[in-house]
Design a protein around this ligand. Structure first.
Ligand SMILES: CC(C)(COP(=O)(O)OP(=O)(O)OC[C@H]1O[C@@H](n2cnc3c(N)ncnc32)[C@H](O)[C@@H]1OP(=O)(O)O)[C@@H](O)C(=O)NCCC(=O)NCCS
Length: 178
């Protein structure tokens, strides 16, 4: 397990999946804002790989986020679009509603930076988030990510086009203990 200051990143367990589907996917507003794909309902025994980790997908690593104190599941953390030629990847996080706004997001971004830069030897990490997602922007900027641009009207979200902000962090600028 990778440990941050208050949350750990471990492998996805089978019993995590129903919790994540109920609390993240079935929250239509959250799922529509976070996923970039059209929301659709999912039956409990769906074969759809949503939240199921695929160990053979070299371009994506799925973690479950747990509280260090007690091990309770509090969300997902993903390194996706791993590009071993340009040595870059993207970060995604989804915390259960009860875990938001308590500093876990900032901690998890830091731990994903450690995984990306130290464990995987990447040199650039990137985050795309909706321009009004203050919590994700704050979690990224606390870890040294800088805003590199605005993707105007790039996301169709529940009836309107919204701007996304693109943030990047290079390993040379990363301060692990920030
Ligand atoms: C986005 C997310 C991962 C952030 O994690 P978090 O634990 O809620 O964020 P933190 O508590 O670490 O807060 C980070 C910063 O944002 C601020 N913040 C947190 N929630 C906020 C809110 N609702 N409104 C405004 N600011 C907020 C915090 O004060 C903090 O700022 P600071 O560093 O200046 O003190 C989490 O809220 C989440 O999973 N949201 C739903 C899914 C989602 O949006 N995922 C991202 C898709 S790109």
């Amino acid at each position: 397990m990778l440990t941050g200051k208050k949350a750990g990143l471990r492998a996805r367990h089978e019993e995590d999946i129903p919790v994540l589907r109920t609390e993240l996917h079935n929250d239509v507003v959250n799922a529509a804002r976070a996923s970039g794909r059209p929301w659709r309902p999912m039956s409990p025994d769906a074969k759809n790989p949503l939240f199921a980790a695929d160990d053979e997908d070299e371009g994506r690593v799925e973690f479950s986020v747990v509280e260090l104190d007690g091990g309770t599941l509090i969300g997902t953390a993903t390194l996706w679009g791993i590009d071993t030629h340009n040595r870059s990847a993207h970060i995604g996080i989804g915390l259960l509603p009860s875990a938001r706004g308590k500093g876990y997001g900032t901690d998890v971004v830091g731990t994903l930076c450690h995984y990306g830069f130290v464990v995987r030897g990447l040199q650039r990490l990137q985050i795309e988030t909706l321009a009004d997602n203050a919590a994700m922007l704050g979690s990224a900027e606390r870890n040294g990510f800088v805003r590199e641009g605005v993707l105007r009207s790039s996301a169709w979200v529940l009836g309107e086009f919204l701007d996304e902000v693109l943030l990047g962090l290079l390993v040379k600028d990363w301060k692990p203990d920030a």
